[in-house]
Design a protein around this ligand. Structure first.
Ligand SMILES: [Zn+2]
Length: 254
């Protein structure tokens, strides 16, 4: 089987891969370093994006005409919403855009046919900064993010409610992808926090603190399950493949 992680390739094996018959698609996990409640780690969004990329690689393999590789992740983002909590490491949006743009151009210069940025940190300023990379790189770079309605509607009820920061949705995914990273006794004791981040943001309330998320989570982590996480990873994997095919102008059914 082809090596799935770009960082484990050598120059020679990457050259052999991009020189082969199948177009190579680089999937770049994008996340943030920010608080995710008392039970999940600061790197949760990166773990979710990486799980989506891994599943998308398997799905691309099944199609047979392309091969996916997972590029090293972009692990810092714009996290102004989490201001005031330890572990919220925010970088300016324009810095993020130029950094990711340079990564994409480097991947393309190495013979990669297409790059898909797979983002699961959903703060609007972060989303805009990542999306800005696509300008002038049409068909070369695509963006897969569950903020888009067509992907959001495939996800869970909690996700759609917007009360989904380190809640049932994200916790389920981490339980399925990296269970050793969940503080299980603590998770089971957490009360639901029915605060919709999307509604608060719309109302102009921009920080977790101001929203009333005292422990930096919203939603219902105690209700999370590995099975739900597995389903969500499948949906996110399908989202990534969908975004790639759409950008390349390939019909999903073919
Ligand atoms: Zn998150």
């Amino acid at each position: 089987m082809t090596e799935k992680f770009l960082a484990r390739h050598t120059t020679a094996s990457l050259e052999a891969l991009v020189g082969g018959k199948k177009g190579v698609i680089a999937l770049v996990p994008v996340g943030s370093t920010e608080p995710h409640g008392p039970h999940l780690g600061l790197g949760t969004d990166v773990i979710i994006s990486a799980a989506a990329c891994l599943r998308a690689c398997e799905l691309l393999d099944k199609r047979g005409t392309m091969v996916g590789v997972i590029a090293p992740a972009i692990s810092y983002g714009v996290t102004e919403c989490a201001t005031g909590f330890s572990g919220a490491i925010s970088i300016p949006g324009e810095v993020l855009t130029s950094y990711i743009a340079a990564v994409c151009d480097g991947l393309l210069a190495s013979g990669i046919r297409h790059v898909c940025l797979v983002n699961n940190h959903l703060e609007p300023a972060h989303d805009a900064a990542v999306r800005a990379v696509l300008a002038g790189r049409e068909k070369k770079v695509s963006y897969a993010c569950p903020l888009e309605k067509k992907w959001a509607r495939t996800l869970s009820a909690e996700f759609k409610s917007g009360a989904c920061h380190a809640g049932r949705y994200e916790t389920s995914i981490v339980m399925a992808a990296a269970p050793e990273l969940v503080n299980e006794p603590l998770r089971q004791r957490l009360s639901p926090v029915p605060i919709s981040l999307s509604e608060k943001l719309k109302a102009g309330v921009n920080t977790f603190e101001a929203m009333g998320m005292e422990l930096a989570y919203a939603g219902d982590p105690a209700a999370a399950t590995t099975e739900e996480g597995e389903q969500m990873i499948q949906r996110l994997g399908e989202m990534v493949v969908g975004a790639v095919l759409e950008s390349l102008g390939i019909k999903p059914a073919t």
